[in-house]
Ligand binder design. Structure first.
Ligand code: UDP
Length: 237
């Protein structure tokens, strides 16, 4: 079992059947985070913002890309606050730390303080991405996981239970991988996360576990090593 995990949630993973976020999805997420927290696992969370806005998408309708990226980063802070509220309703003590300072709603990101919170059993939610445009929240997850020395990034996907050779929804011959290296991802162009995030995980020797967030109890199973997902690391064995 892992001691310190970084859970990466995409914005879409919070959506469920609703437009922005689904209270039932948030509740289920909070219950699972509480369960792993009660097992003694230190939990940090990085959340995306794709359920509201993505810089690249709004650039297509004429919004400046950098502005759009800041809008996306603000969206991740909205999600971080929603997750905080859901966790606190389950009785879990949390802190939100943002990379874009917003002192009225959250703490600024301070690495040493984040680690201190985790050591005290406080769940830390990182909002605001890296704080810089042209990056993604997958890269944020790689960066924060390195900064807090997480044992693993738990990458909760929305409806896909791991990494496949092709899109399993379109190609019936798609094969699921149990294990891959970061070099495999880069060489084969497998769509797990962007290449900046992949390189950062590879260079900092971070393990990644990709699994389906929609499977019952999957976050708990991921921590216990019993989830059916794909493990990605530096080693080929
Ligand atoms: N973003 C950014 N810098 C970062 C993280 C995010 O500019 O460090 C912006 C970017 O526009 C991105 C949006 O925030 O599209 C939402 O993040 P992401 O697409 O990673 O969210 P997810 O797909 O995980 O929901």
């Amino acid at each position: 079992m892992y001691k310190r995990v970084l859970l990466k949630l995409s914005g879409e993973a919070l959506q469920g059947k609703e437009k922005n976020f689904d209270p039932l999805v948030l509740k289920n997420l909070a219950k699972q985070v509480k369960e792993i927290h009660d097992l003694g696992v230190q939990v940090a969370i990085v959340v995306g913002g794709g359920n509201f806005i993505r810089g690249k998408t709004v650039a297509e309708i004429g919004i400046d890309r950098v502005q759009g990226d800041y809008m996306g980063m603000l969206a991740t802070i909205i999600n971080a606050l929603a997750i905080q509220s859901a966790l606190e309703r389950e009785g879990v003590v949390t802190r939100v730390q943002t990379s874009i300072e917003m002192p009225k709603v959250a703490e600024p990101f301070i690495q040493r303080r984040a680690v201190h919170h985790l050591e005290k059993g406080i769940v830390v939610i990182f909002g605001g991405g890296t704080g810089s445009p042209f990056f993604s929240t997958d890269t944020t997850a790689a960066l924060r996981a390195s900064e807090i020395s997480a044992d693993v990034i738990l990458m909760a996907k929305n409806g896909v239970d791991g990494v496949y050779s092709a899109d399993p929804k379109k190609d019936p011959n798609a094969v699921k991988y149990d294990h891959l290296t970061y070099m495999d991802l880069l060489n084969q162009g497998l769509q797990v996360m962007d290449s900046t995030a992949t390189s950062m995980c590879m260079d900092n020797d971070i393990e990644l576990l990709v699994f389906n967030m929609n499977e019952d109890g999957s976050i708990v199973k991921a921590v216990q090593g019993t989830v059916q997902g794909t493990v990605i690391n530096k080693n080929s064995d």
